[in-house]
Structures are given as structure tokens and as C-alpha cells.
Design a protein around this ligand. Structure first.
Ligand SMILES: [Fe+2]
Length: 202
């Protein structure tokens, strides 16, 4: 039985271990999340550019998805203290996520396929406003630095599924976060879960 303090390398390869070690060393030296994200960029770009390291099973959708739309969220690494995760988000062609937040800073980048991303901001009355829309191609990535850019929706525009990589500083699949109604801005708590790892009971 794994202890809570144990790191979990679900995809346990030298490449993933080296990536995580490098990220941790960078975060330890950085003065702020923004500085850490900047310093991790070259390493993250290398991961997105390498077509070999992510096994096919982590690039499949999930019919039982906690996000709906057959979306698969595959955990690849989780720190024992839950302060860092690396996971793949697989969105089938034509599917889209709900509008959602992440509640953690980190980097998100596209590995396979293409996506349209819409970014939202909430005003003081809780109303959602779409502040940006952009098309993403493989290799494109961006930093999430909440509250900036933390609320978004992605839709796969390619005929094949899209796969994006998330390096975030929480246990994103297991924390309670929010899905938002586009019209009213109403926030509904949800846990997306992971395809391959159970979350603790709610
Ligand atoms: Fe997201």
C-alpha cells in the first residue's frame, strides 16, 4: 500500500523521472510561479516535441468520462504531497470540455491534434465573459497563473483526438473545482477524476 508521501510514477520511465526532477529543481529555485513557468518552458517544449514517450493507451478517450464527451484524463505522475501532477487530457474529435477552472498554476500544451480554446473571466457579479479565443496546434503551450487564464473551454477541431499535457501544481483530477454555465456564470463543483487512478472518497 503506497503511503500518501510516496511519489506516484504511473508512467515510470527515465524520461518522465528526469522531467519531474528537472521541474522540481526549477520550482525550488524560482521566486514566483510566473518565474517557475518561464524556467520550465524549454523542458516542457521538449516533452511536447518528442513523439515517442507517451504510450498509446494514454492517448485514448474514456466513455465513462467525469467531464463528459468521452474525454479521458490520464494521470502520469503525482507527487506524494499532491503538489504536482503531470497528466494527459484526451478530447475526441468534435468533443469539448465544460467551461472549467483548475485552481492551480502550471503549464498546459498541445501534444496531438488541434484545439480551439476559449478563455473566460468572471466579473464581480459572477458573470462570465469570453476574453480570448485561440486555435492551438501541436507544440503550442501556455501558462496558467490563476486567477488569470484559469477558466477555459477546449474543443477538438482535428479529425483525430487531441491530446494535451498538463503540468499543474495540484492534484487536478481529484480536487473539487468548478464547471461554469456560460449563460449565467453559475459555478457547479465537480471532480473530473482520472481514467487510471481512483480519487479518495468525496
Ligand atoms: Fe483545462
Amino acid at each position: 500500500m503506497a503511503r500518501v508521501s510516496d511519489d506516484d510514477f504511473i508512467l515510470d520511465t527515465p524520461l518522465v523521472r528526469e522531467f519531474v526532477a528537472g521541474v522540481r529543481a526549477t520550482i525550488a529555485e524560482a521566486a514566483s510561479p510566473a518565474e517557475a513557468c518561464d524556467a520550465i518552458r524549454p523542458r516542457f517544449a521538449d516533452l511536447l516535441a518528442d513523439p515517442e514517450w507517451l504510450p498509446a493507451r494514454y492517448q485514448e478517450g474514456d466513455p465513462e468520462s467525469g467531464m463528459g464527451g468521452g474525454i479521458g484524463q490520464w494521470l502520469l505522475f503525482r507527487a506524494g504531497d499532491r503538489s504536482l501532477t503531470l497528466f494527459a487530457l484526451v478530447v475526441p474529435s468534435g468533443s469539448q470540455t465544460p467551461i472549467h477552472d483548475h485552481l492551480a498554476w502550471g503549464l498546459v500544451g498541445l501534444y496531438r491534434g488541434t484545439q480551439d480554446e476559449e478563455i473566460y473571466a468572471r466579473d464581480e457579479r459572477g458573470t462570465l465573459e469570453r476574453v480570448e479565443a485561440r486555435a492551438l496546434a501541436p507544440g503550442d503551450f501556455y501558462a496558467l497563473l490563476p486567477p488569470r487564464d484559469d477558466i477555459h473551454r477546449v474543443r477538438t477541431t482535428s479529425p483525430e483526438t487531441s491530446v494535451s499535457l498538463h503540468l499543474l501544481t495540484n492534484d487536478t483530477g481529484c480536487v473539487w473545482r468548478h464547471a461554469f454555465d456560460e449563460g449565467t456564470g453559475e459555478a457547479t463543483p465537480f471532480r473530473s477524476g482520472y481514467v487510471n487512478v481512483e480519487c479518495p472518497p468525496a
